[in-house]
Design a protein around this ligand. Sequence first.
Ligand SMILES: Cc1ncc(COP(=O)(O)O)c(C=O)c1O
Length: 398
Amino acid sequence: MARTDLSERARLLHKLRAAQNRLRVRRTITRRDGVFVEIDGHRLINFCSDDYLGLSQQFGIVAATQDSISRDGVGVTAAPLLYGHHAVHEALEREIAAWLGYPSGLLFGSGYIANLAVLQAFLLEADDLCVQDRLNHPSLIDASRLAGCRLRHYPHLDAEGAMRLLKNEPDGAAILASNGVFHMDGDIAPLRALSLAARVQRALMYVDDTHGTGILGPEGRGCVAEAGLSIAEIPLQMVNLSKALGSFGAVVVGNEELIQHLAETARPYVHATSLPPALASAALTSLKSVRHDEWRRDKLRELTALFRSEAHRHGLELTASEHPIQPLICGDETTTIAMATAMEQEGYLVAAIRPPSVSEGASRLRITLTALHTSQQVQLLAAALSRAYDSVTGQWRQ
Ligand SMILES: Cc1ncc(COP(=O)(O)O)c(C=O)c1O
């Protein structure tokens, strides 16, 4: 058998993706200023960013980052166990854990790394089991592969399905892992029912709350708090610092034993350079705004409701999401790309999402709202979407 030529394989796969309208193209942003971005010399209103609370460029947070860089430099240049663990990392872990009512926290370089770390560190044996929602983030799926455990998927949001899978394979350690908010749909996991299934089947429940933190629950404490749950029901959860908190990295919170085990054994933690302290400073500062600027969440809720009612008025069918992630399902790849292109021509940046990020036939525009948008921008967005839909599909509605 001849060795496969990887360049040739890459070229063929690229050609196939092009034929399927699934090429992924990076656009270069030359300037970002609040909700505006500049691309190819054009100023567009950005409806793609997960900067939900508008904190990533907030003055106080930028100033805290600059102060930290002036004091400590940029890179920490060492892994946490090799003297790369800085006081500001520790302060951030403590503050996030205390905020959510957990005894301990551990800071990771990103949400993706945190998910890899959790499953790899706890699911050690080949007959250990990870049960996951079918629409979980790819990092959770990759994490099970890294762990080398058994991976089973239940239908989206189906807690009974999760219970059945756990019951069918009762041996070995098990983790039931779910997104809190689903990243492409904006819908929310049934955490109470899932945590009950996990407890009955003696599995550990882990929630990736990347898109719930800062947005849902009292003080923005996320999906778990919103559902009235705590460490007793959800022993481990991941707080992502790169979305509503406007910084970078992630903190996993849990009890002391679980967090200590992660710190000592999670390979993506032990063998990676610590997060730059300035980004931890940024997150510590933005946490104050996340907790206390209730107006940001109020505004986000108002804008989300406004977008939904305006879209409805224009005859656009949205999904049931009440979250600032508002998908507009277009179906096939060609329509989705044409819609995104038409929107860009009107001055709006919206993300075209296609398989494999979503299922076949479920390509969509993923629209995200932030507290920095204005009501007028949101109203005009809905009108522009309606015009784009009409021109792309050739349909004209009253
Ligand atoms: C649900 C979810 N989990 C994890 C991640 C990965 O997080 P990060 O971008 O911080 O690596 C993302 C995407 O950003 C996500 O949407």
